[in-house]
Design a protein around this ligand. Structure first.
Ligand code: MGD
Ligand code: MGD
Ligand code: SF4
Ligand code: MO
Length: 740
């Protein structure tokens, strides 16, 4: 195997060169061919229509839906009216699900990396049997030589459950997903330290009943997580007082009573000043704090020095605005929600910022109260009986090497680092549904080094995303519209189950994740963990334990269940929180014991060097990261990202609306071209772009090289010492004008 890494002249090459060859999949060249399936169709709804329930996978919100096929052809996907989680509606991306199914650039057959006589590495197509045998043989070698715990799973998305099961059955507990270290980890750890519980997904925000909502970042409306948008709209219909803290005039900022265009990175100072005002003016919920919280006196002493006047100098937010907004929050409490956010890996002090948000909510008495953060509940769904997993010799903490004491989940970057070198802990990876090079900023050199060291890299994906170029074996999964997955059972207001089942037969030679995991399991001698022929049996068994059945769910798609516990605390109710003290911990002894600030402290962020701007990034409504940019339906709506530039910057640099520029960072990285959008909606010290563009994979023929990739420009990362989060916002860029 190692011989593959040497050229014919013995010159050492990268162990795995990134394979850029286009046209590997035996496709015709013309991308517009994809539209053929949609052409010349008679009026929709006239033919024979088949309606199949599913839940959406275009992002991670999982809205229940019905897919319609007419005369055997894809027609439309619409929301399921019985689904309280989506309120029966889909967003733009959800309705474009057929575009994922129809994408002609999809992975079609298993691929195995080979080195040609000329030393050039490429993929060759293989049968499933060959690809699976190849993987199983190498995994067995890893197990014999090093132990099963040396396999890591890097995963994202709902279908990953099948591979988590496989990896656990094999004997590894090293599982990491970008949803932790690149997304909501700091928030969930910050809230767990404070309340003993995470916020989780979907967020337990009771916005429809809120009378005051504070959004810090959280650009809901551009961030299109369905029910978040709808309940924010409900709140606005009810005349909620909306306060948005964002350096950019975001969509919710435009709907707000107060927009606080904060200096980037200074949010903790603002949060501490709000606490200062609430305590100083006696506006906090005294009864709630006395009953439920511990550490108030320490908090009071701590925030005394964060006066609005001092904080104004840091944040640029006028003292009077800080006071007035704090009073608005108090007037509406406890129906005041300081939104916990979701993508919270910003400046490296993110767990502490999330702690500050958690503490502010406590002062307002909003946790467990109507209009604040409700008690979430899921369905008690029995697990299909399989044997206990073997005890893994080590888990993901082996990768952390004593760092990140509050990481309750694998840190992707740490797992990747712990895979570099001959003595590395990890020897094999399965990568499922995550496009590591674009998802984890700053990782490319380490990723290449890890790939060079590992004995086996398997990538399971639907598309020829950049990550597939690093694999030894690429396994083509079919899309969510062609498979069963586990029932959706997320904790929220009303417990519910939703069904995902095949709408179509898998296209090409792609296969469902459950089938791939089972086939690998059998080859690894783990048959007893996969005692089903079809995953439908598992779902049917689970449903029957609850008095329902697959048969019923195929008709209704979603089933709502009664709650067993109240949604909110009763007045004066005794509550024991799952923290060490049993109370809401305003002061955290757990943090103090590990040498961290027990109450959040503010540290001044770095300012951009002369001629540089903060690199700000976020979502655009029409796309989910990089995974939908090649979808022809969404491409038509939003083909590229743009660079938001303040008019002052535009005039200083002679930039005009619509022209292409490049961005350069202080480490010499230069981006793809990106189109300028001149707008007052961004501060002059920052530029903004949506994440998910600038794909380098030539096999993504629509979106290849279109727009710029924020990840490439993020070479300076601030790692959260508490839990390993990748702080991405401390990066600066300058603008290079370019004649096109
Ligand atoms: N359409 C669409 N919707 C999505 C997704 C998608 O890909 N596409 N992804 C989903 C996922 S997984 C996530 S995690 C969420 C992420 O969505 P959010 O959790 O809303 O992301 P944030 O990073 O909080 O918000 C970005 C906002 O923060 C602002 N910002 C930048 N710097 C600062 C700062 O220093 N202080 C403050 N106060 N604000 C700042 C930016 O200007 C921008 O408006 O979106 C979800 N929704
Ligand atoms: N620079 C930068 N980095 C970020 C962010 C950012 O805003 N800027 N956001 C962060 C956040 S909040 C998050 S949550 C993460 C998201 O990180 P990822 O989940 O890695 O996001 P994507 O880039 O969309 O990659 C998804 C991959 O899954 C594949 N895929 C899609 N559907 C399926 C399927 O059904 N089965 C399989 N097997 N594969 C499938 C896609 O083809 C693609 O390769 O990124 C984080 N990283
Ligand atoms: S929010 Fe949109 S993309 Fe996400 S699951 Fe729901 S419909 Fe699909
Ligand atoms: Mo995320």
């Amino acid at each position: 195997m190692l011989n593959q890494n040497r050229g014919p002249d013995g010159v050492s090459m990268n162990r795995r060169d990134f394979i850029k060859i286009s046209g590997l999949f035996g496709l015709g060249a013309a991308a517009p061919a994809m539209l053929a399936g949609c052409a010349a169709r008679p009026l929709p709804g006239q033919g024979e229509v088949v309606r199949t329930p599913t839940f959406c996978d275009m992002c991670f919100w999982k809205c229940a839906a019905y897919a319609h096929i007419e005369n055997g052809q894809p027609w439309k996907i619409i929301g399921n009216d019985d689904d309280l989680h989506s309120k029966g509606r889909l967003c733009t991306r959800g309705t474009a699900g057929m575009g994922a199914y129809e994408d002609p650039d999809r992975l079609r057959r298993p691929l195995i990396r080979v080195t040609g006589a000329d030393g050039l590495q490429t993929f060759r197509e293989a049968s499933w049997d060959e690809a699976l045998d190849y993987i199983a043989e190498r995994l067995k070698k890893v197990e014999q030589r090093h132990g099963a715990d040396r396999l890591a799973l890097l995963n994202h998305g709902y279908g990953a459950h099948h591979f988590q099961h496989l990896v656990r059955a094999f004997g590894s507990a090293s599982i990491a997903e970008p949803a932790f270290a690149q997304c909501r980890g700091p928030r969930d750890v910050g809230f767990e330290l404070t309340y003993g519980e995470v916020i989780g997904s979907p967020e337990r925000t009771d916005m429809e009943h809120s009378r005051c909502i504070v959004l810090i970042g959280s650009h809901i409306g551009e961030n299109l997580h369905n029910a978040q948008v709808q309940t924010l709209a409900d709140a606005m219909r009810n005349d909620v007082t909306l306060i948005t803290v964002d350096p950019r005039f975001s969509v919710p900022a435009s709907k707000s009573k107060y927009w606080l265009p904060i200096k980037p990175g200074t949010d903790i100072a603002l949060l501490l000043a709000w606490m200062h005002v609430l305590i100083d003016e006696g506006l906090y919920d005294r009864d709630y704090i006395e009953r439920y919280a511990t550490g108030f006196e320490q908090l009071k002493r701590h925030v005394a020095r964060y006066s609005p006047e001092w904080v104004y100098l840091e944040t640029g937010i006028e003292p009077e605005t800080i006071r007035r907004t704090a009073r608005e929050m108090a007037a509406a409490a406890p129906a005041t929600l300081i939104h916990p956010g979701r993508h919270t890996t910003w400046y490296g002090d993110d767990t502490q910022r999330s702690r500050a948000i958690a503490i502010l909510n406590a002062l307002l008495g909003s946790w467990g109260r109507k209009g604040g953060l409700y008690n979430k509940e899921s369905v008690s769904l029995p697990h299909y009986p399989v044997p206990e997993y073997p005890e893994a010799r080590s888990d993901f903490r082996a990768a952390h090497a004593g760092r990140f004491p509050f990481a309750n989940s694998g840190v992707t970057t740490a797992v990747i680092e712990a895979s570099v070198g001959a003595d590395a802990h990890y020897k094999a990876w399965i990568v499922y549904g995550t496009n590591l090079p674009m998802t984890i900023p700053g990782i490319r050199p380490t990723l290449q080094a890890a790939i060079d060291s590992l004995d086996l890299v398997v990538v399971v994906d639907t598309m020829p995303s950049e990550v597939t170029g690093y694999a030894d074996v690429v396994l083509p999964e079919c899309t969510y519209l062609e498979r069963y997955d586990d029932l959706r059972n997320s904790g929220e207001r009303v417990p519910s189950l939703a069904l995902r089942m095949p709408v179509f037969e898998p296209r090409y030679d792609s296969k469902p994740g459950w089938w791939i995991a089972k086939q690998l399991g059998h080859r690894l001698g783990l048959e007893k963990y996969f005692p089903w022929d079809d995953y439908a049996e598992v779902i049917d068994w689970q449903l029957k334990q609850l008095g329902s059945s697959l048969e019923e769910m195929k008709r209704i798609g979603v089933k709502n269940f009664p709650r067993k516990r109240p949604l909110y605390f009763a007045p004066g109710q005794d509550v024991r929180f799952f923290t060490p003290s049993g109370k809401i911990e305003l002061y955290s002894q757990q943090l103090a014991d590990k040498g961290f600030d027990p109450i959040p402290e503010y540290t001044r962020p770095e300012s951009p060097p002369a001629g540089y701007y903060h690199l700000n990034y976020g979502r655009m409504p029409a796309h989910t990261f990089g995974k939908t940019t090649n979808n022809h339906l969404l491409f038509q709506l939003a083909p590229e990202n743009t660079l938001w530039v303040n008019p002052l910057v535009a005039s200083e640099r002679g930039l005009v609306n619509g022209e292409y520029v490049r961005l350069a960072n202080p480490d010499g990285v230069v981006s793809n071209q990106i189109r300028v959008r001149v707008t007052e909606r961004i501060r002059p010290d920052s530029v903004f772009m949506a994440h998910g563009f600038g794909h380098r994979s030539r096999k993504l023929r629509l979106t290849h090289d279109v727009g710029a990739d924020d990840s490439e420009l993020m070479t300076r990362l601030k790692i959260d010492p508490l839990m390993g989060g990748t702080g991405m916002r401390g990066n600066f860029v300058t603008i290079i004008k370019e004649a096109v």
